[in-house]
Design a protein around this ligand. Structure first.
Ligand SMILES: NCc1[nH]cc(CCC(=O)O)c1CC(=O)O
Length: 302
């Protein structure tokens, strides 16, 4: 096939690795020519402040969306975790790659229990911060920004005693041996963690068909359930939320957790439903909000 596909991606090492995986999948499936187009997003540009403080939506996606809508690219590749749960209706996530290891890994100590009393842990994720403090209220959790490589360098020079990073990102960067995996009973991952999504224009039937051929349906179903849950609870980048869906046969099991910022309050629940039941994830979201203590509910906007 002599079709040429332009893949829009952020320029971080992880984003480029993931775009490369998508390029390989498209070449293998369709024999098409693939071109990688690097797009700088607001999230890449603003490095000196915690993103939760910058506010605004679509920090990692807006410039990629504009390039796609303008026809400068044919698809955008995203870490689905960084993609807001409400998307422009003119775009559609037509495919996802097979999900990688969904766990977080701890760098700097072999386990959360073995961190020294009062150890300084760097993370910029409200979920990781709340979950860590829930397990270890003595820890000093501080904001750290930057991509995976930057964070590892800052740990190396002793700015922090430990940090948490997604196993998926480390593995995709060739850092498979780095860090100790944290079980999902201890830290449930972020909605969409470890999933790479490929988005195109909703009215581009030709590209949609090409993407459908490389879609990993189980990943798409599970990540879509987690995103429906996240949409239902609302919230912002300040809201500590975790959700993990797994598919067994025709059924999805969705486990989810909402926390207060300091981890002092938490609500956790799960539901099992037929994979084609599109309303079940939102129902779990509403149920958790109903039972959430005020310090949790105030962080969500549904
Ligand atoms: N927020 C940044 C981000 N977005 C996606 C990943 C890793 C890969 C993934 O979870 O899909 C990371 C880094 C991290 O959380 O360690």
């Amino acid at each position: 096939m002599d079709r040429r596909l332009r893949i829009g991606t952020r320029g971080s090492p992880l984003a480029l690795a993931q775009a490369g995986m998508v390029a390989d999948a498209l070449r293998t499936a369709h024999g098409c020519t693939v071109e990688i187009v690097t797009v700088r997003t607001s999230g890449d540009r603003i490095q000196d402040r915690p993103l939760a403080e910058v506010g605004g939506k679509a920090l990692w996606t807006k410039e990629l969306d504009l390039a796609l809508l303008a026809g400068e690219t044919d698809v955008s590749v995203h870490s689905m975790k960084d993609v807001e749960s409400e998307r422009p209706p003119a775009l559609c996530v037509a495919a996802m790659l097979p999900r990688a290891d969904v766990r977080d890994r701890l760098l700097g100590a072999p386990a959360i229990e073995s961190l020294d009393e009062g150890a300084k842990v760097g993370t910029s994720s409200p979920r990781r911060m709340a979950q860590l403090l829930r397990l270890r209220p003595d820890l000093r959790v501080e904001t750290i920004r930057g991509n995976v490589g930057t964070r590892m360098a800052r740990l190396e020079i002793g700015e922090f005693d430990a940090t948490l990073l997604a196993a998926a990102g480390l593995d995709r960067l060739g850092l498979a041996g780095v860090g100790a995996p944290i079980g999902i009973e201890e830290m449930l991952p972020a909605p969409s963690q470890a999933a790479v999504g490929i988005e195109c224009r909703a009215d581009d039937a030709e590209v949609r068909a090409l993407l459908l051929a490389i879609n990993h349906a189980a990943t798409h179903a599970c990540v879509s359930a987690e995103r429906a849950f996240a949409r239902a609870v609302g919230g912002t980048c300040h809201s500590p939320v975790a959700a993990l869906a797994t598919l067994r046969g025709e059924e999805i099991r969705l486990e989810a957790e909402l926390l207060s910022s300091d981890g002092g309050e938490q609500v956790r629940g799960e539901t099992v439903f037929a994979a084609d039941d599109v309303a079940a994830s939102a129902a779990l979201g509403r149920a958790l909000l109903d039972r959430a203590p005020p310090a949790v509910r105030m962080l969500f906007s549904a």
